[in-house]
Design a protein. Structure first.
Lengths: 357, 272
C-alpha cells in the first residue's frame, strides 16, 4: 500500500514537473497565449503546408486539433477547457451554436479578403450578414452512380431513382434531413417544407422506394460505393469526390429539381483567447492563392471567386462540383427547423426505415 | 466492532451501485418525462404505444429471440463436446479469443467477407451456386449477431456441464435410460442454470443491439437500441430515447423475474 502511494506521488510530481518545463519552454520560445492559435477542424481538411506558411508569415504558432462530428465539436466547445480559437462547423451546427451563444461576432474590417467570396454564398439564412461565420468549403447532396450498371439512366431527376431496373441497387446516407429532403425534392417541394401533408406525401413516396434500397448506411457508404457494392448512392458531394478518386468509373450528379447546399464555415468560438490571431487566420485562408492551394489539396468546392480563377480548368470547370448559377439557384440550405420539427423529420425517417420490402 | 468494519468495507460497493446503477436508472426515468422542448409531459409514454414503436418492440424481441435460440442450439453441443475434449482450456481459449477483438472491427471484417465481391460470394460462385446478396439481409444480421454472442452462451453452459457429476450420467445409463432420455432427464435439467445464464447474457444485449443493425443489416432491421441511439445522438430527443430505455429496463427486469422463478421450480423438482 505504502509503495503504491509512493509510486503515485512520484508520477504526480514528474507530471507536474514536465508541465512546468513545457510552459517554461513555450514562454522562452515566445509561445504564450497571445502567440499561439488553436485550430479545431475536421481531420485532413486543410493543407498542412499552409499552416506552416501561416506560422512563418505571422510568427504565430498553430496548434491543430481535429474532430469527426459537429456534435462532438460542440460538446467540447461547450465544456470549455481548451482554448479553441478557430473552428469549422457545418451550417446547422453554426445556427445551433449561435442560439446557445457559443460564438464570437466577427470583425469584418479585419478580414479584407472577404471580398473574394462569391456573393452567392454570403448572407445565407443560417447566418445573416455573415456576422459569425465565413464560408470555408461548400457542396451539395446528389447521386453517385456507376454508368455501366444503370442502363441509360442519368439521374437528371430524382424520380429516376424509383426506376424498376434499380431493384436493390441504391445505398442511402443515414441522415433524416438528406433522405426526407430527397423525397420532398422529388415531389417538387422545398427540402425545408414543414407542412404535414407534404411530409406525409414524401414519406409515402419514399416507402415506394424501399424495394430499390439495398441499405441505409453511414460513413461506410464511401467504401461500399467504391467497391461497387451497389450501382447508385445518395451522398454529399465531398464524399462523392473521394469515392470517385477511388473508383474512376463512377460519376456524380445533382438532380435538376434541386437539392441541398451545405457549408462548412470558419467561426471563432467563445473559448477563443487569441481573437486577433483568429481573424488573421481567417483572412489568410481567404487569400486567393492560399484558398486555391487548399482547394487542390482538400478536393471540396471552394466558395472563393478569386481562387477559382487560379485553379486549373479541370477543377473549376467541373460542373458536377461547381454547378452553374441556374442549378445553384435551385439548391437550398437546410434551415434550422427547430427541435420539434427535426424530431418529426426523424420520426418519419424512422418509419421509412422500418417499412419492409 | 466486527459489524462496524464490515459495513465500512461495504461503502465502496454501495457507492458503486448507487452511482452507476441506481442513479442512471433514476435519471433515465426522470428524462423520460420531458419532451424535446424540455417541458414536463407523459406524451413519450403515449407515443411508445403507437404502432411505430410497438412494431419496433415486437421486431426487436423477435430478432433477439432468434439470436438467442440459434446461439443456444449451436452453443449447447459445442459446450458438451468441449467437456469431452483433451485440451479443454485451449479450446475454450480459442472460442473466447475472438471476443477480445473490438466489435466494430469484426463488423467491418464481415462487410468485406459478405460483400458482393467478398470471399463468401467468390466461394459460392466457384461451387456453382452463383452470387447471392448476403450483406444487408436478415440472414447476415442474425449470423453476425450469433457469432458475436456465442462465447457468452458457451461459457456458462460449459461451466454447468463441468460441475455436473459424471456418475449421475453413468447411473442413468446403468438404469436403462436411452441416450436421449439421459440428456432430457439428467443432463439438461442439471445444466439449466447455465442455459439460463447464457440466455440472459445473450437475449438482453441482443434486444438493444445497434451498431450491427447499420453496418451489417444496413438499417433494414430496426431495433429499440437503434431508436435510442438515434434519439440521443441525432434528434436530441432525450425524452423519447429515455422512454424506450425505461421499457427496455422493464423488459429486462421481467426476464430476470421469469427465469429466477423457474430456477426455484427446478430446485423443487429435484427435491421431489
Amino acid at each position: 500500500m505504502k509503495q503504491l502511494v509512493r509510486m503515485f506521488a512520484v508520477v504526480m510530481i514528474v507530471s507536474l514537473g514536465l508541465m512546468y518545463f513545457i510552459s517554461y519552454l513555450n514562454s522562452s520560445a515566445g509561445y504564450s497565449g497571445d502567440n499561439t492559435l488553436t485550430i479545431y477542424n475536421w481531420g485532413d481538411y486543410v493543407d498542412p503546408e499552409l499552416l506552416t506558411r501561416f506560422e512563418e508569415e505571422t510568427g504565430i504558432k498553430v496548434i491543430y486539433q481535429t474532430f469527426d462530428s459537429n456534435e462532438a465539436m460542440m460538446t467540447k466547445i461547450e465544456q470549455g477547457g481548451t482554448t479553441f480559437d478557430v473552428s469549422i462547423p457545418s451550417e446547422y451546427a453554426i445556427s445551433k451554436m449561435k442560439e446557445e451563444d457559443l460564438l464570437i461576432k466577427l470583425d469584418h474590417s479585419k478580414i479584407p479578403n472577404l471580398k473574394n467570396i462569391d456573393p452567392r454564398f454570403m448572407n445565407l439564412s443560417f447566418d445573416p450578414d455573415n456576422a459569425y461565420s465565413i464560408p470555408y468549403f461548400w457542396g451539395t447532396v446528389g447521386i453517385v452512380y456507376n454508368p455501366e450498371l444503370v442502363g441509360d439512366l442519368t439521374f437528371a431527376s430524382w424520380n429516376e431513382l424509383w426506376d424498376q431496373s434499380l431493384r436493390n441497387q441504391i445505398l442511402l446516407l443515414d441522415g433524416a434531413r438528406e433522405v426526407m429532403g430527397m423525397g420532398l425534392n422529388s415531389l417538387g417541394y422545398s427540402l425545408n417544407d414543414t407542412e404535414e401533408a407534404h411530409l406525409q406525401e414524401a414519406k409515402a413516396k419514399l416507402q415506394l422506394l424501399t424495394p430499390n434500397v439495398k441499405a441505409i448506411v453511414g460513413d461506410e457508404i464511401k467504401l461500399l460505393l467504391a467497391n461497387e457494392e451497389a450501382a447508385v448512392g445518395l451522398v454529399w458531394s465531398g464524399d462523392a469526390s473521394e469515392i470517385m478518386g477511388e473508383n474512376e468509373k463512377l460519376d456524380y450528379v445533382v438532380p435538376e429539381e434541386g437539392s441541398n447546399l451545405w457549408f462548412d464555415n470558419m467561426v471563432i468560438p467563445k473559448t477563443a483567447k487569441n481573437i486577433e490571431g483568429a481573424h488573421q487566420f481567417i483572412n489568410f485562408m481567404l487569400d486567393p492563392e492560399v484558398a486555391a492551394q487548399n482547394t487542390e489539396y482538400v478536393g471540396y468546392s471552394s466558395p472563393n471567386q478569386a481562387a477559382m480563377a487560379l485553379l486549373p480548368e479541370e477543377i473549376s470547370g467541373d460542373e458536377r462540383f461547381y454547378p452553374d448559377e441556374e442549378l445553384t439557384s435551385r439548391l437550398e440550405v437546410y434551415d434550422n427547423l427547430g427541435k420539434r420539427m427535426l424530431a418529426h423529420y426523424n420520426e418519419l425517417f424512422l418509419e421509412f426505415k422500418m417499412h419492409r420490402k | 466492532m466486527l459489524n462496524k468494519s464490515r459495513s465500512f468495507y461495504l461503502i465502496p460497493y454501495l457507492a458503486w451501485i448507487v452511482l452507476f446503477v441506481i442513479a442512471p436508472i433514476l435519471l433515465v426515468a426522470y428524462y423520460s418525462l420531458f419532451n424535446v422542448e424540455g417541458s414536463f409531459t407523459f406524451d413519450n409514454y403515449v407515443k411508445f404505444f403507437t404502432p411505430v414503436y410497438m412494431r419496433m418492440t415486437l421486431s426487436s424481441f423477435w430478432y433477439a429471440f432468434l439470436i438467442t435460440a440459434i446461439s443456444l442450439l449451436v452453443a449447447y453441443p459445442t459446450a458438451y463436446l468441449l467437456t469431452r475434449t483433451k485440451h479443454k482450456q485451449l479450446w475454450l481459449l480459442l472460442i473466447i479469443l475472438p471476443s477480445w477483438i473490438n466489435l466494430l472491427l469484426k463488423a467491418y471484417a464481415f462487410i468485406g467477407l459478405f460483400g458482393t465481391y467478398g470471399l463468401t460470394n467468390s466461394v459460392l460462385e466457384a461451387i456453382g451456386i452463383g452470387k447471392q446478396q448476403i450483406l444487408f439481409t436478415d440472414f447476415s444480421f442474425i449470423f453476425v449477431s450469433v457469432y458475436i454472442f456465442i462465447p457468452f452462451m458457451i461459457l456458462p453452459i460449459f461451466n454447468a456441464l463441468e460441475e455436473m457429476n459424471p456418475s449421475l450420467v453413468y447411473a442413468a445409463r446403468d438404469l436403462g435410460a436411452s441416450a436421449w432420455m439421459t440428456f432430457r432427464r439428467v443432463i439438461f435439467p442439471l445444466t439449466i442454470s447455465g442455459v439460463k445464464a447464457g440466455c440472459m447474457a445473450v437475449f438482453i444485449p441482443a434486444l438493444s443491439l445497434f451498431m450491427i443493425t447499420r453496418l451489417i443489416a444496413g438499417n433494414r432491421v430496426i431495433t429499440l437500441g437503434t431508436a435510442i441511439e438515434q434519439h440521443f445522438l441525432v434528434t436530441q430527443d432525450w425524452g423519447m430515447g429515455s422512454t424506450i430505455a425505461v421499457f427496455l429496463i422493464l423488459a429486462m427486469a421481467a426476464m430476470m423475474l421469469v427465469t429466477g422463478n423457474r430456477k426455484r421450480g427446478a430446485a423443487d423438482a429435484r427435491k421431489k
